[in-house]
Design a protein around this ligand. Structure first.
Ligand SMILES: [Zn+2]
Length: 320
């Protein structure tokens, strides 16, 4: 059997046809904003799915359905998008009905971070575990919880938002309306913001020299490159970032006692620079009984985690 996974991003929409074993048979991507009008975007997505199915000669009876992951607040029971991050004008649209009406196949809609977590759980780094916390570090901090082998959504389908766990009493205001959320310490722009604030005091650092007069162009990737050249300031920024995340995760470990914490997304590409301080901080802060038990590992599926989770959702729910 095969399923279609659709990952809606602020920039690109990714579509893939995935086998039950988790092999990507075909994939394609198009710019989301080119089809800004919701109905046009639905038409485009469906035409891409049909094209991919035809290209791989997949018959109707081999097609299990469509799984969709979207960045924002999603009612996964009814398949309704309440509001999306970075995409305007798609409020309260029923994605489930739109697709179901046209494709006549099962359709499942969920939050993209939840889908990434399911992907890693079904086919990636958290495979074979019962309790897993999966995090995507990027512009925002997305996450999904697998508890007792099930995706945990919470009472109002807004659970598992680890990015918005406060890690201080006072701190930066967050886009969610909260304060001192972990995202305001380890989200892309906040990491870069912390670098920019101290650069003028470190004129000899690799970053200050390279980006003289254009600090706004610095990205986490540049900080990683500088740290890999043993630039002390850049190393410190990653240590600090890892520590903030580690403090948050120590609380999460005490609360949920997961077997594994999977960390992916662009910022996780800093590798050991961020993983080492995360692991160290968790080890130091977590309740003694849990120490050394929980594994903290990089995601295995990279950018495909979301669409893999979407497909798995179709296979699992389709079976029930
Ligand atoms: Zn927040």
């Amino acid at each position: 059997m095969f399923a279609a996974g659709i990952d809606i991003g602020g920039t690109f929409t990714k579509v893939a046809i995935i086998s039950q074993k988790g092999r990507i048979a075909a994939k394609s991507l198009f710019e989301t904003k080119d089809f800004g009008r919701f109905d046009l975007w639905v038409e485009k997505s469906l035409s891409v799915i049909k094209l991919l199915l035809d290209a791989k000669n997949i018959k109707k009876n081999e097609f299990a359905g469509i799984g969709i992951g979207a960045p924002g607040h999603i009612d996964s029971v009814n398949g309704v998008i309440h509001a999306l991050v970075n995409i305007k004008g798609w409020n309260n649209v029923n994605l489930h009905d739109e697709f179901k009406m046209r494709m006549k196949a099962p359709v499942f809609v969920d939050n993209d971070a939840n889908m990434m977590a399911l992907g890693e759980y079904a086919y990636g780094a958290a495979r074979g575990t019962k309790n897993a916390v999966c995090i995507t570090l990027g512009t925002g901090v997305g996450s999904g919880l697998i508890l007792e082998e099930k995706l945990y959504r919470g009472s109002f389908m807004a659970g598992g938002e680890l990015g918005h766990m406060p890690i201080n009493v006072n701190g930066p205001s967050c886009a969610c309306g909260g304060k001192a959320c972990v995202e305001t310490y380890v989200g892309n722009k906040y990491i870069v913001g912390r670098v920019k604030r101290v650069l003028s005091r470190h004129p000899d650092s690799v970053l200050a020299k390279k980006f003289k007069g254009r600090f706004d162009e610095i990205t986490p990737k540049d900080i990683t490159a500088a740290a890999n050249r043993k630039d002390r300031l850049a190393e410190m920024i990653w240590e600090e970032t890892g520590k903030y995340l580690g403090v948050c995760l120590a609380g999460v470990v005490n609360l949920l006692d997961p077997e594994i914490i999977v960390i992916g997304g662009g910022v996780a590409k800093a590798g050991r620079l961020i993983f080492n301080p995360v692991r160290k901080t968790v080890r130091e802060r977590v309740m003694q009984v849990y120490r050394h038990r929980v594994k903290i590992v990089p995601a295995l599926l990279g950018n495909e985690g979301g669409i893999m989770g979407c497909a798995w959702q179709v296979f699992e729910k389709g079976r029930a």
